[in-house]
Design a protein around this ligand. Structure first.
Ligand code: AHM
Ligand code: MG
Length: 334
């Protein structure tokens, strides 16, 4: 059995130019993931204890908020501790955070993250996730980080990944050499290699979208959904609809089984809901590394030049043939 730590060291040491800094950075993420995993596993208990007669909605909202902040704090602290990271941006922070280690000339990475995605699912014991994206800074080493360090297109990513806190907890990542998945063994306290070199099927039969918003979707998406639901022997339609409402879990399932995840624009949200920098880009990098595709309906997600930290984008990600089909409907009808 190979642990995540061993695997990272082994694969990084195969690169003659590797300095060990990325290895150390990924170890920080692994460490924070274990701490967050422990707390998420206890979330049901915590809700019970503080639930009382205060009414479940408020209290559960509070618990979720605490876990969002908890996850953010743990990842932030772990990333700052070792000194390879000069700053972070997070869904939980209005502005990017500059670490003191930025004054160290060797801190060359920035990390963008969604520390606890889908956290509204915690109170009903549904899987949630952490998403991360790693870039080399573009500003001068040894100086405080600047906005340009974070507003880089996804093609510049050095590594990206997610943790899915599901029926098993898994950490899945890429450094541009395929996608590898590790399942957490709580009895050992280790992430163990369980899915080496994941490949997303070229074609899939699953489509994942919040169809409750149907009326607000662009015409291309409406027509594509109709296509998914039509009967056709050769293409094995109708497809299956699966939507957890927890991006990491929906993405993870579709990557393993083949499928498409869509969060399109809507009449009240012209750029959809998902954030380009710490939700869409990292999963796009993983999708492409697994042989899949990620698009905003018209162009490659990873080529979008970001202009804002919390910028949103319509999102189509998953099996290449399915994303291309959806794009063809967007081009024709939207
Ligand atoms: P969050 O970052 O506030 O948790 O929102 C992102 C989540 C995704 O995990 C999920 O795919 C999506 O929001 C679900 O949104 P909706 O409820 O509109 O379908
Ligand atoms: Mg999120």
């Amino acid at each position: 059995m190979i642990t995540l730590g061993e695997y990272i060291v082994k694969t990084q040491s195969e690169h003659p130019s590797a300095t060990g800094e990325l290895t150390s950075l990924l170890s920080s993420i692994r460490r924070a993931a274990k701490i967050v995993n422990r707390e998420i596993n206890r979330a049901g208990l915590v809700t019970d204890i503080i639930g009382g007669s205060n009414g479940s909605e408020n209290v559960q909202g509070e618990v979720q908020q605490k876990l969002d902040v908890f996850a953010n704090d743990k990842f932030k602290a772990a990333l700052e501790a070792r000194g390879e990271v000069c700053g972070i941006a997070s869904e939980e922070e209005d502005y990017f955070v500059c670490f003191d280690s930025a004054k160290r000339s060797d801190a060359k990475y920035v990390v963008l993250m969604d520390p606890l995605d889908g956290s509204s699912n915690i109170d009903v014991n549904v899987s949630v996730g952490t998403i991360f994206s790693i870039y080399r800074r573009v500003s001068e080493p040894g100086t405080p980080v600047v906005m340009e360090d974070f507003l880089q297109p996804g093609v510049n990513q050095v590594a990206a990944g997610y943790v899915v806190y599901g029926s098993s907890t898994m950490l899945v990542y890429t450094t541009g050499n395929g996608v590898h998945g590790f399942t957490y063994d709580p009895s050992l306290g280790s992430f163990c290699l369980s899915h080496e070199n994941i490949r997303i099927p070229e074609e899939g039969k699953i489509y994942s979208i919040n169809e409750g918003n149907y009326i607000k979707f662009p015409e291309g998406v409406k027509k594509y959904l109709k296509y998914c639901q039509e009967q056709d022997e050769t293409t094995k339609r109708p497809y299956t609809s699966r939507y957890i409402g927890s991006l990491v879990s929906d993405f993870h399932r579709n990557m393993l089984k083949g499928g498409i995840y869509i969060y399109p624009s809507g009449t009240s949200a012209p750029n959809g809901k998902l954030r380009l920098l710490y939700e869409c880009n990292p999963l796009a990098f993983l999708a492409e590394q697994a042989g899949g595709k990620a698009s905003d309906g018209f162009q490659r997600i990873m080529e979008i030049k970001p202009t804002e930290l919390h910028q949103r984008t319509p999102y189509f990600v998953g099996s290449t043939a399915m994303v291309e089909k959806a794009e063809s409907f967007m081009t024709k009808f939207s």
